[in-house]
Design a protein around this ligand. Structure first.
Ligand SMILES: Cc1cn([C@H]2C[C@H](O)[C@@H](COP(=O)(O)OP(=O)(O)O[C@H]3O[C@H](C)C(=O)[C@H](O)[C@H]3O)O2)c(=O)[nH]c1=O
Length: 188
C-alpha cells in the first residue's frame, strides 16, 4: 500500500494546490490523515503548524473573507472542510506575480475530502454551499491582529463570481475597502 495519504494537484495560481485526503476505510469506518509535514513539504508547506482554527458557519450562502496577514506575518493556510461544503476562494496578492489579483475557487466538502493549500501572499474567503459548515484551518504563523488585511469580497476589481445569493456577512467584512491604486500588492 502506498504510504502517500494525499493526492496533490497544481492549480492555475502558482503555489496554490488542491490536496485530496485519502481515506483508509474498513467495516468500522475510516482513518484520514489531516496533515503530514513530510508529504506536504513536497506540496510547498515549508513551516511548522503555528495555529489551528475551527470555524462553524451556520447559514447556507454566508461569505467570510477576503482575509490575509501583512508581511512579515504572511501566512500559509491549509483550509479543510470537515462538515458541509464550501466554495473556497484564494486571491493572488503577490505584487510580482503574473496572476496578481487573479482568483481561483474550488469546492471543498467533508465528502470530497479536498483541502486548499494557500501560499503566503494570498487572500482567502469562502461561501457556504450548505448549512452548518465547519472549516479547520492550519496556519503557518500565529494570528497577529495588527497585521490583518482584507479585501472586499464584492469588489468588482476582483470579480469573484460567488455561486449563491449572499445571505450573511459580518459587518466588518461588509466594510472592507475596495481596491484603489494605493494597493500595490504584497511583497515578502
Ligand atoms: C483569524 C482569527 C480571528 N480571531 C478572532 C478575531 C475575531 O474576534 C474573531 C473572528 O474573527 P474573524 O471574523 O476574522 O473570523 P473569520 O471571518 O471567520 O476569519 C476566518 O475566515 C476567513 C475566510 C479566513 O481566511 C480567516 O483566516 C479565518 O480565520 O476571532 C482569532 O482569535 N484568531 C484568528 O486566528
Amino acid at each position: 500500500m502506498s504510504l502517500s495519504r494525499f493526492a496533490t494537484t497544481d492549480l492555475p495560481l502558482a503555489g496554490l494546490k488542491l490536496i485530496e485526503r485519502q481515506n483508509l476505510g474498513d467495516s468500522r469506518g475510516f482513518l484520514s490523515r489531516m496533515f503530514c509535514a513530510e508529504e506536504l513539504a513536497a506540496a510547498g508547506w515549508a513551516k511548522p503548524v503555528a495555529q489551528i482554527n475551527l470555524t462553524m458557519t451556520a447559514r447556507k450562502g454566508t461569505v467570510r473573507g477576503m482575509h490575509f496577514q501583512h508581511p512579515p506575518h504572511s501566512e500559509m493556510k491549509l483550509v479543510n472542510c470537515i462538515r458541509g461544503a464550501v466554495w473556497d476562494v484564494a486571491v493572488d496578492l503577490r505584487a510580482d506575480s503574473s496572476t496578481y489579483l487573479k482568483w481561483h475557487a474550488e469546492e471543498l466538502s467533508a465528502d470530497n475530502r479536498r483541502s486548499l493549500l494557500i501560499p503566503e501572499g494570498f487572500a482567502h474567503g469562502f461561501q457556504t454551499l450548505t448549512g452548518d459548515c465547519e472549516l479547520l484551518y492550519l496556519h503557518s504563523v500565529p494570528y497577529v491582529p495588527g497585521a490583518e488585511g482584507a479585501l472586499n469580497s464584492q469588489d468588482a476589481a476582483l470579480g469573484i463570481n460567488w455561486p449563491l445569493e449572499i445571505t450573511e456577512m459580518s459587518e466588518r467584512d461588509r466594510r472592507h475597502p475596495y481596491l484603489t491604486e494605493e494597493f500595490t500588492g504584497l511583497t515578502p
